[in-house]
Design a protein around this ligand. Structure first.
Ligand code: FES
Ligand SMILES: [Fe+2]
Length: 362
């Protein structure tokens, strides 16, 4: 097939130019996962979030502090310093900073320079994760955090994991809004051949993007067949809702039941997965995941089985997206074009939304 030069592909190229991609600035005014709660203790934890060096620690009263990981004297990383009595002492010239980021001690003189301090960030701890507001701390709004009762109220059995993704968070969100890839990228894990062609519905609104699929009847892969006991060929219903909740959160909710049983005689098994991407750089992402289920909550062996199987699948995404990013990196911009198909509708809308968030701030 002979393709026209990228410059004359026209509508497709124009459309892609109006979507967020690896070159789009980050959306700072939102909550992102900074760390799992059990990572943050009375020691300094350094992490790059949205391109910014951040140092975190937990105060004696249990609250989490997050501040710029840069001494305002001569730019030594504060994470190389020492934490004592909730204060950081810089490793270079020993200046000390309190949890509010104020300089409170300069060893070589009796007073601190006026207004000398470090930028601090607002944080919220909710269940297994610590969220950080990456915009100005005085604009942080807890109401902007997507509700997530199953993550925080304790009646779901959960497990969690972290992956370092060598790709843009935009492409991870795109991946999560187009689950037709399950039949191919996950053919050996939790995909089934009928998934890509199953009928689907969408909800597309301002910052609201959902894909729903009812795959019925289907055969469950082992990760679901074993825990639910629905193991027969064509015996299962797999009802999926995949939803972009914010630039930092995508939630997948799935119900399984035995579709060979009458409605009043069957159990419904529900699982949820919070995919929590926090950009590290333009082409790398901290990929936090929390998975939960509302059945067999006390069966730890089942939790381990499901966790291990799921993370095999999630690593398939991490590997695939890194390969995609490598191709994007070596393709000259003027030669880059991508065609979209119908199933890309929600992810195209989502990428336009991310770009609009940045443009609105500009
Ligand atoms: S660089 Fe931190 S005290 Fe000098
Ligand atoms: Fe996937």
């Amino acid at each position: 097939m002979t393709l026209p030069a990228a410059s004359v592909i026209g509508a497709t190229q124009v459309a892609s130019a109006k979507m967020a991609d690896r070159h789009t600035p980050f959306v700072f005014d939102d909550w992102y996962v900074a760390a799992f709660a059990d990572e943050v203790g009375p020691q300094l934890l350094a992490r790059t979030l949205l391109g910014r060096g951040i140092v975190m620690y937990r105060r004696a009263d249990g609250t989490v502090v997050a501040m710029e990981d840069r001494c305002p004297h001569r730019s030594m990383p504060l994470s190389a310093g020492e934490l004592k009595d909730d204060h950081i002492t810089c490793a270079y010239h020993g200046m000390r900073f309190n949890p509010q980021g104020d300089c409170v001690h300069v060893p070589s003189q009796s007073t601190c320079p006026r207004a000398m301090g470090v930028r601090t960030y607002a944080t919220l701890e909710r269940g297994p994760v610590v969220w950080i507001w990456m915009g100005d701390a005085d604009t942080a709004d807890a109401r902007r955090l997507p509700p997530q009762p199953w993550l925080t109220e304790g009646d779901w059995e959960t497990s969690k994991g972290y992956m370092h993704l060598k790709a843009s968070y935009v492409r991870l969100h795109e991946n999560l809004l187009d689950l037709t890839h399950l039949s191919f990228l996950h053919a050996k894990s939790f995909g089934t051949p009928d998934y890509a062609s199953a009928a689907y519905e969408t909800e597309i609104g301002d910052g609201h993007f959902v894909v729903m699929r009812n795959v019925v009847p289907t055969t469950l892969p082992p990760v679901w067949a074993e825990p639910t006991g629905i193991k027969g060929q064509g015996q299962a219903a797999r009802i999926v809702r995949s939803e972009f909740r914010s630039p930092a959160m995508h939630e997948v909710s799935v119900s399984f039941y035995d579709c060979t049983l009458p409605e009043d005689a069957r159990d419904t098994f529900r699982i949820r997965t919070a995919h929590l991407p926090t950009p590290e750089s333009a082409t790398s992402t901290h990929y936090f995941v929390v998975h939960g289920r509302d059945f067999s909550q006390h069966d730890k062996a089942m939790t381990k089985f499901m966790h291990d199987q799921l993370f095999v699948a999630f690593h398939e995404d991490v590997t695939g997206l890194a390969l995609q990013e490598e191709v994007l990196a070596r393709t000259p911009e003027h030669e880059l074009y991508e065609f979209s198909v119908g199933a890309d509708g929600p992810s195209v809308a989502m990428r336009r939304y991310l770009l609009s968030r940045v443009m609105a701030k500009a």
